[in-house]
Design a protein around this ligand. Sequence first.
Ligand code: CU
Length: 111
Amino acid sequence: MKTITIATLLVALATPVRAQQKADDHAAHHPAASAAAADMVEGEIRKVDKAAKKLTIKHSEIKNLDMPPMTMVFQVKGAGLLDTLKTGDKIRFAVQKSDTGFVVTDIQAAK
Ligand SMILES: [Cu+2]
């Protein structure tokens, strides 16, 4: 009976630590929400390819990738990002460089 009590106590002690660690991991993935927002790029949709999860975007300068304005094809992180998009839409989007190319990770309608 004593063993069970100690085990229960250890679990109780370990739980808050694990929760704290999870919060730290999350913060690491999203260094600062404001920094991410600052990296949003202006663009206009030229083509939506839902099957291939790709977008052709005429984009303005992408400072974090050191890329001048151009029209190019991007991969999209999730097909859900494409649901409401159509050719001609003005957007603001976030993009990251990955091993397989440039990946759009967030899209907002431009105001
Ligand atoms: Cu480009």
